[in-house]
Design a protein around this ligand. Structure first.
Ligand SMILES: Nc1nc2c(ncn2[C@@H]2O[C@H](COP(=O)(O)OP(=O)(O)OP(=O)(O)O)[C@@H](O)[C@H]2O)c(=O)[nH]1
Ligand SMILES: [Mg+2]
Length: 333
């Protein structure tokens, strides 16, 4: 099969060869990317373009960083906020940034070429009365994993691994992401294993988001993805561009954190039903006290509870297990 490049592609390629600055080269490569037909016969060319795009983007950044000599490439992790931190990971151009724009008010750049996102950015996703922090990240390929992504993937509460149902290459692109992370001892898994063989390995709870479900032949690629990854991960289908399936993804992301909401009240006052504390499922009064204030777990004298399995205002011991929706009144000594 021939690649069948268009005259517009050759024009962009000519301009690329003549380009003088890193910006010009990047711009031409982006045009070439958009113009190259995306099918089997052009796979090699697509791969070459990806490598060139990645390099050109780096050159542009190096150029931009020049005046600020000595700034260094600091790894700045984004501190956790809200009920938990979920990292949106995946190969280039799969729709990671678009998903963030659909679930939060964040506005990362979304563009039809790979290597658009260069650093992690956060957005807060509303879920009922709580908020979950979602982090959009730069793409991962067989030879590219930003140190900050590697480090954040080890400290986050969960991963949403995005795959692209418009991409014929989605299986190998996704395998590359999994392998690249495994190479830095980060293993994406559906559930934490019971027995950990190597304590150096970080296991990260992961779901697959199969994006671009509205694309042509998406069903066929979804079948392939289910075959390749369905036994390893839960797969949820969506189309971030049209918004189809996005609300289900919102619920699933929150649920994956496996947290409960606990409300607090002061003596003689109504409960604060607007700002619940979120705690890992199975948490007790002691953990709630610690979440409210570092010292409260030590100074806690008594706790009254309204909620599951107790009569209203019942005194409960410190090790009493809390449930979603419980209201607690804690008294320090
Ligand atoms: N048809 C369709 N296009 C989508 C969907 N989601 C994203 N896109 C398009 O796919 C392209 C890439 O989207 P981005 O969100 O920039 O992808 P990304 O994964 O953040 O890309 P990088 O930052 O380069 O890794 C854009 O042109 C989007 O408009 C979808 O659900 N359906
Ligand atoms: Mg992006």
């Amino acid at each position: 099969m021939a690649v069948n490049l268009t005259p517009q592609y050759f024009e962009a390629e000519e301009a690329y060869k003549k380009a003088k600055t890193p910006e010009e080269r990047l711009e031409c490569l982006r045009k070439m990317w958009i113009l190259v037909p995306k099918h089997k016969a052009s796979e090699k060319l697509q791969a070459e373009l990806k490598t060139k795009l990645s390099g050109a983007r780096e050159d542009v950044e190096k150029e931009a960083a020049k005046p600020k000599k000595g700034a260094g490439a600091a790894i700045t992790r984004i501190p956790r906020q809200g009920a938990g931190q979920i990292l949106i990971l995946g190969a280039p151009n799969v729709g990671k940034s678009r998903i963030l724009t659909r679930l939060t008010r964040a506005t990362p750049e979304v563009a039809p070429y790979p290597f658009t996102t260069r650093e992690p950015s956060a957005g807060m996703m509303d879920w009922k009365d709580v908020r979950v922090q979602l982090i959009d990240t730069p793409p991962i390929t067989a030879d590219m994993l930003e140190p900050v992504v590697s480090s954040m993937s080890r400290s986050c509460d969960g991963v949403a691994l995005v795959i692209d149902l418009a991409d014929d290459d989605l299986i190998s692109a996704t395998e590359a992401v999994l392998e690249r992370l495994a190479a830095v001892k980060t293993k994406l898994v559906a559930e934490f294993p019971e027995d950990v063989e190597d304590p150096g390995i970080e296991y990260v709870k992961t779901m697959i988001l199969a994006n671009k479900s509205g694309a042509e032949d998406a069903e066929i690629r979804l079948d392939l993805a289910r075959e390749a990854f369905g036994s390893r991960f839960p797969i949820h289908v969506l189309d971030a561009e049209s918004g189809k399936g996005i609300e289900e993804v919102r619920d699933l992301l929150y649920q994956s954190l496996d947290v409960i909401r606990v409300y607090t009240k002061r003596q003689g006052k109504p409960a604060d039903m607007e700002n619940p504390y979120t705690l890992p499922r199975g948490s007790s009064i002691t953990e709630l006290a610690r979440a409210i204030h570092r010292d409260l777990a030590e100074t806690l004298k008594s706790a009254k509870l309204w909620g599951k399995g107790v009569s209203d205002g019942q005194m409960v011991p410190r090790d009493h297990e809390l449930h979603d929706g419980d209201i607690a009144e804690l008294q320090a000594g």
